[in-house]
Design a protein around this ligand. Structure first.
Ligand SMILES: [Zn+2]
Length: 416
């Protein structure tokens, strides 16, 4: 459609020029003047309209940044003194101090067009496995970590409840305090930040070998489920949970069905069913579950027999990872490292996507109708709020305004 319009404009202008030329031959100078002006106007409009639609660089009174959201036109990552620049056309530079092929993998994982964005587990794993360093994330952390930590201490010291709380209550309270401390930051991001400030691993390589050994997705799921260690979990067939537990079992990190210790399986049965099992095995009946379990659990193959009273194939139990069991690694450090990597991943992804979207928005300038820019602030971002005013076309503010910024740059039109 756009091309058709452009062609029509060109044809129009050629006809007018011909008419003008005809005027020259007949000596009709008024016709030459009028036709010439209309022809020039049509040619100029056609060129401008086509260029604006395609989002390519054109020469007007204002030079437009040449960016496109077209993947084919995306500039390759660029080597700089700070590392690989992820998007050379973006409004907020992000560098990764890492090998080129890893930097390219990161960009592949964050460069997609859908609006929605959720936690990007593959990116988190990549960040954790290769200890991806991003100078912009480190700057961000250096700037806001002290603010956050002192605010958190402040909140704790002012809370009488905190002073008197036991460990369990503290777990509950701290979640609330973290939220408050994050709100006190002069910036805001559309996800939680506290692991960046509280969980930075002292040994950044702590999980590299484990991710390599078990595979990122299995490893991450294991940590997620670690709180259920030693407990029986029901994972129905064809559910994501079942698929994940099957992978854990394959990796030697979970037991399934009659692989689970018999006393634990027996404990899932009612006394009535336990007594049926007892009768079957030539034992007396019991009035207490505890006695029935202790008598039955010594019988060989009793776990399998439990399958007559419940579906045992859907039962799984997480086991201790050998590396953790040997006491070499503390699991809290592993999950902290993962939580930290997740925030780093989200900061990189959010900033990249926002920055690319703004650059793309800025490439569609219509100087004739637009008078400038304004910042649309999202969330509770004080930095974004302070930028909420109008800006001339030639001087847009830098948006994203910080790592993880969710603010956007909107056009202001002359007749607004
Ligand atoms: Zn912001």
């Amino acid at each position: 459609m756009n091309i058709l319009l452009g062609v029509l404009y060109y044809i129009g202008s050629v006809l007018f020029w011909l008419a003008a030329f005809g005027g020259v031959l007949e000596g009709n100078w008024v016709m030459v003047g009028i036709s010439g002006s209309i022809g020039w106007f049509m040619w100029h409009m056609g060129r401008k309209r086509m260029a604006a639609r395609k989002g390519i660089e054109i020469e007007t009174s204002y030079t437009v940044r040449s960016t496109s959201d077209n993947k084919k036109k995306l500039k390759p990552i660029k080597n700089t003194s700070e590392g690989w620049l992820l998007d050379p056309g973006a409004t907020f530079p992000i560098h990764l101090d890492i090998d080129k092929d890893i930097a390219e993998q990161v960009r592949k994982l964050i460069d997609w067009d859908e609006q929605e964005e959720d936690e990007n587990e593959d990116l988190t794993i990549l960040v954790a496995k290769h200890n991806i360093k991003c100078p912009e994330v480190l700057d961000f952390s250096d700037t806001y970590k002290p603010v956050y930590l002192s605010e958190l201490e402040n909140i704790k010291s002012q809370s009488d409840e905190w002073q008197e709380a036991d460990e369990y209550d503290k777990d509950d309270l701290i979640a609330e305090f973290r939220e408050q401390a994050e709100k006190a930051l002069p910036i805001s991001v559309p996800f939680t930040l506290w692991p960046l400030f509280e969980c930075e691993p002292s040994d950044i390589e702590i999980d590299d070998a484990l991710i390599e050994k078990y595979g990122g997705d299995v490893y991450v799921y294991y940590l997620e489920q670690y709180k259920y260690l030693g407990k029986v979990r029901k994972a129905k067939a064809s559910t994501p949970m079942r698929r994940n537990y099957t992978k854990l079992k394959k990796a030697g990190l979970a037991l399934q069905g009659d692989g689970i210790p018999a006393d634990i399986l027996l404990n899932k049965l009612t006394l009535e069913k336990l007594n049926k099992l007892s009768e079957k095995n030539g034992l007396e009946t019991f009035s207490r579950k505890k006695d029935a379990i202790s008598a039955l659990s010594s019988i060989e193959g009793v776990g399998k027999q439990c399958g007559e009273y419940m579906s045992i194939r859907e039962l799984f139990m997480l086991t201790e990872m050998p590396e953790i069991k040997s006491g070499n690694i503390e699991v809290k450090l592993l999950s902290d490292a993962m939580d930290y990597a997740e925030v780093v991943a989200r900061l990189i992804e959010r900033t990249y996507r926002a920055s690319k979207a703004v650059a793309s928005r800025m490439s569609y300038i219509d100087a004739e109708y637009m008078s400038g820019w304004e910042v649309e602030c999202h969330g509770n971002c004080k930095k974004g709020k302070s930028l909420e005013k109008k800006y001339p076309l030639k001087k847009p503010p830098q948006i994203p305004a910080h790592m993880g910024c969710n603010c956007f740059l909107e056009s202001v039109y002359k007749d607004d």
